[in-house]
Write a protein of this length. Structure first.
Length: 245
């Protein structure tokens, strides 16, 4: 994939690339429009979380996809595609990369990246997917993140952000294009196999209670399926379950 295949819109500073991209006339923009900011002052995370990023040190951008070939009920495929694409990219440089359900990227037990997907529907059609991505590259000092890491922390070297951006986009594009061509939900098993704590006993906080459970599966809607020691199954969404590291 060459750089010209992407419609890259660069900005020195934005509050949030995802919020800014959502506010544009998406119907007039080509798929694979990339809105990137060197400095993202109020990056969005899950719920009311804010993504912390030092000016000019990381990759903070949003991708416009137009996945009309995906059924509305299969929206979680977009999260799987993005997660696996970022996993592919990082695994070329770093060992022990994991996907922390549903959409965080970890190295060992430390967070290196995150994804936030905002899907737009029109009737029965899946029209737009605005995919915000934050990946820690050259930042080494964090003030508000509880367990952060970065490529520089892991590998003790500085990286060229422009080069890494294209490499990362190529990795995501490859996953997305494979899904488009096959038009099947073939990423689920691979996504699950790369989940942090998959098929091992770990502690979670489920609806306010501490439980020991093992990840078994992820359903069509992205809910995590776990089994407790007493064989009781749990089906949890993001609001119900917290990981205990």
């Amino acid at each position: 994939m060459i750089k010209n295949k992407y419609n890259i819109l660069s900005n020195e500073s934005l509050a949030s690339t995802q919020t800014s991209l959502i506010g544009m006339d998406l119907s007039c923009l080509p798929e694979w429009t990339i809105l990137i900011a060197k400095n993202q002052t109020s990056g969005r995370g899950q719920s009311k979380n804010v993504w912390e990023s030092e000016d000019g040190k990381n990759l903070t951008f949003s991708i416009l996809l137009k996945p009309s070939f995906i059924n509305i009920a299969d929206q979680f495929l977009i999260t799987q595609v993005l997660s696996l694409g970022i996993y592919d990219f990082l695994s070329k440089h770093i060992q022990d990369v994991y996907i922390k359900w549903p959409n965080d990227i970890y190295v060992k037990k430390n967070k290196i990246g995150g994804i936030l997907v905002n899907n737009k529907l029109q009737g029965e059609d899946f029209t737009f997917s605005i995919c915000g991505i934050g990946l820690n590259i050259n930042q080494t000092s964090f003030s508000n993140s509880p367990n952060p890491t970065s490529m520089k922390i892991e590998l003790d070297e500085d990286f060229n952000l422009e080069v890494l951006l294209i490499d990362l986009l190529d990795s995501i594009y490859s996953r997305y294009d494979r899904l488009r061509v096959k038009k099947i939900s073939d990423y689920k098993a691979e996504y699950i196999s790369k989940l942090l704590y998959y098929n091992i006993w770990a502690e979670y906080e489920y609806e306010g209670n501490l439980v020991e459970a093992k990840i078994l599966d992820v359903n069509q809607y992205g809910h995590l399926i776990l089994i407790k020691r007493d064989k009781t199954r749990i089906e949890a969404d993001l609001k119900q379950l917290k990981f205990c590291h």
